[in-house]
Design a protein. Structure first.
Length: 624
């Protein structure tokens, strides 16, 4: 029998390894930037075209490579970080596996120029699909310049399954942020299609966090710092009031390396138990420094899963330091030292016991009952012909003016959705459960949450909050389709800061937001002024509303016009709907019911929750 086992060529082996190491353009940037950091660079520039599909370029001013090292760096398992197996337990660098450059060269076209300090000429190297094209001397600055073009050009299946440019660019920004948050002493820039997204100057850690996520986060950061024999924990954690339902600013780093650790995440969440609402989370930027021999980073090529030898002890240390930071923040009272405009209160002087009596000036000749005006110029208070004032008035009962329409209480739109009486009866009779042609004109509200009304088949119970969500949702969709918006100007515009990743999403949904009444002005630097909002949103937090619309669109994951309209209409309806517990009178409940049955779907909210149910008459009789 012939032999069937064969040794794979290096080009095939590199493509197999690339499947684990290089998953998308963000993976290329992560590997190249980490190599630049290990090379001692102080300035790193990242440039991408078409979210990395067309081109990725990383330029650094590190120590560079020699002609031999430049050629050898693209071989599999070729690295300068380790030399023996024991070095895996004393890692001080970001990379160590020696697979990144070989994997990148296997699935892309790579052009490298590099020069070491002290040499006159550098090296120009071209590789395409693991095949060396050329290598020759060149004139270039000290450092390395990697340009990766046509990623996955020779693996069409991998290129086909890349997401949209917006999604891939968000992944690039996420990978970029994880690195820049570890090295605040390095200057970083990120450009996308010749547009600058980040320009981060060398600074301290707190300033780097503010530069990445905005100035608003500065006031919500509580410092952490504890040094034990097991580990050193530093960083920042957010105040309880900074909690949000969707929180992207949550980072763990160990020895300068980003990691994911659900167990440590639970330690932070436990520290905020009963301080933040259920389902909300606080931001944190926590850095661990542990002996390299106490952790294992060689679990997965991505190197985000790390094992700790003293995991339970570090959990307890982390929980304690977070609780201490939150406790100190809550216990220290806020002292106002600003005395500008305050009244001047004199202090007690024991030397001045006989204070002088205050003098009060007045006119002793003043008599309030003395009338100084001439008598002939006075005018009687009551005219003589006062009966004429009541001529033409009748004692008959005047017809009461019609009450204001209740539609305005529920629909901020320009057009009312309430049908007339005949249309309402036909809608009720067409209910899918049973004929609802007869409903009681009197309704009952139970605990400010449910509306109960008698119908022909029994007792109908409606969730008022969900019913209003359905009404507003369909109304906002009609506005978007008809481009009829009712915008309300804000007296004092508020400023919302949008991160770079979220700003890409905002630009996609901004036309639809303008259609429904939002007026946002770009102030630069990720700041937007909210000059107008849809009518009917009085009293709401407009900044939180805009942030929630962006977050919901990102969670949706799709950016077609219909998906954006659905996401905006649903989240705007959730925020504007009457809350649970709001007391309503009978006219308001009647208007809400009529508006609900004018909708296309009366049974479910847009996200699939039940709006109403009917307790049938026979079931009620059976209870008695």
């Amino acid at each position: 029998m012939s032999d069937i086992i064969q040794l794979l060529p290096d080009s095939v082996a590199n493509q197999i390894a690339a499947g684990e190491v290089i998953q998308r353009p963000a993976s290329v940037i992560k590997e190249l930037v980490e190599n630049a950091v290990d090379a001692g660079a102080k300035t790193i520039h990242v440039l991408v075209v078409d979210a990395g599909r067309t081109s990725i370029q990383v330029i650094d001013d590190g120590k560079g490579m020699s002609e031999t090292d430049a050629r050898l760096s693209f071989e599999r398992h070729a690295t300068s970080k380790i030399a023996q197996a024991d070095d895996l337990f004393s890692l001080r660098t970001m990379g160590f596996r020696g697979e990144a450059l070989a994997s990148i060269a296997a699935v892309a076209q790579v052009h490298l120029t590099t020069r070491q300090e002290g040499t006159d000429l550098g090296t120009d190297l071209n590789i395409s699909g693991s095949r060396f094209i050329s290598q020759e001397p060149c004139s270039c600055p000290v450092g390395s310049n990697f340009r990766v073009e046509n990623l996955f050009y020779n693996v069409p299946a991998r290129r086909k399954f890349l997401k949209s440019n917006a999604t891939e660019l968000n992944n690039i920004i996420a990978a970029f942020e994880r690195i820049v948050l570890v090295y605040p002493d390095i200057t970083f820039t990120l450009h996308s299609n010749e547009s600058e997204l980040f320009n981060l100057r060398a600074s301290g850690l707190r300033q780097r966090i503010i530069d990445v996520f905005g100035k608003r986060l500065n006031q919500d950061l509580l410092p952490l710092d504890v040094d034990t024999t097991i580990c050193h924990v530093t960083g920042f954690v957010g105040k309880p009031e900074s909690a949000r339902k969707k929180m992207n600013c949550q980072y763990f780093f160990v020895n300068g390396r980003y990691m994911k650790h659900p167990y440590f995440h639970r330690a932070v969440q436990n520290a905020f138990e009963r301080l933040v609402p259920n389902g909300e989370q606080v931001p944190y930027f926590i850095y661990f420094t542990v002996p390299p021999e106490d952790i294992d980073v060689n679990i997965h090529p991505v190197k985000t899963e790390i094992k700790f030898e003293n995991e339970q002890a570090i959990f307890q240390i982390l929980a304690a330091v977070v609780k201490e930071a939150v406790g100190l923040y809550n216990e220290v009272p806020a002292i106002d030292f600003d005395q500008q405009g305050h009244p001047d209160i004199p202090t007690f002087d024991p030397e001045r016991r006989n204070a002088p009596m205050p003098k009060i000036g007045g006119n002793p000749q003043y008599n309030p009952f003395r009338d100084s005006s001439p008598r002939q110029h006075r005018k009687d208070t009551v005219p003589d012909n006062w009966q004429d004032l009541y001529d033409g008035l009748s004692t008959e009962k005047r017809p009461a003016s019609p009450p204001p329409s209740q539609d305005d209480l529920f629909l901020p739109a320009t057009e009312s959705l309430a049908p007339d009486a005949a249309a309402a009866q036909s809608l009720f009779s067409g209910h899918p459960d049973e004929a609802l042609a007869e409903k009681s004109p009197v309704h009952y509200q139970y605990k400010g949450t449910y509306i109960m009304t008698a119908v022909k088949s029994g007792l109908m119970i409606i969730d008022q909050h969900r019913a209003h969500i359905r009404i507003l949702y369909e109304n906002y969709l009609k506005q978007m389709e008809g481009h009829t918006s009712a915008s309300q100007k804000v007296l004092f515009p508020e400023v919302v800061h949008i991160s770079v990743a979220d700003e890409l999403t905002l630009r996609k949904i901004l036309p639809e937001m303008q259609t429904i009444g939002f007026d946002l002005a770009d102030l630069g630097g990720g700041d937007y002024a909210i000059n107008g909002v849809p009518a009917g949103l009085d009293g709401m937090n407009y900044v939180s509303l805009v942030e929630s619309l962006i977050t919901a669109t990102i969670e949706q994951g799709r950016f077609s016009t219909d998906d954006i309209n659905h996401s905006l209409a649903l989240n705007l309806a959730r925020n504007a709907a009457i809350p649970q517990g709001q007391v309503m009178n009978n006219d308001e409940m009647e208007a809400l019911i009529n508006n609900l049955f004018a909708c296309k779907n009366v049974n479910y909210t847009p996200d699939g929750h039940s709006i109403l149910t009917i307790l049938k008459q026979q079931d009620i009789d059976r209870l008695f």
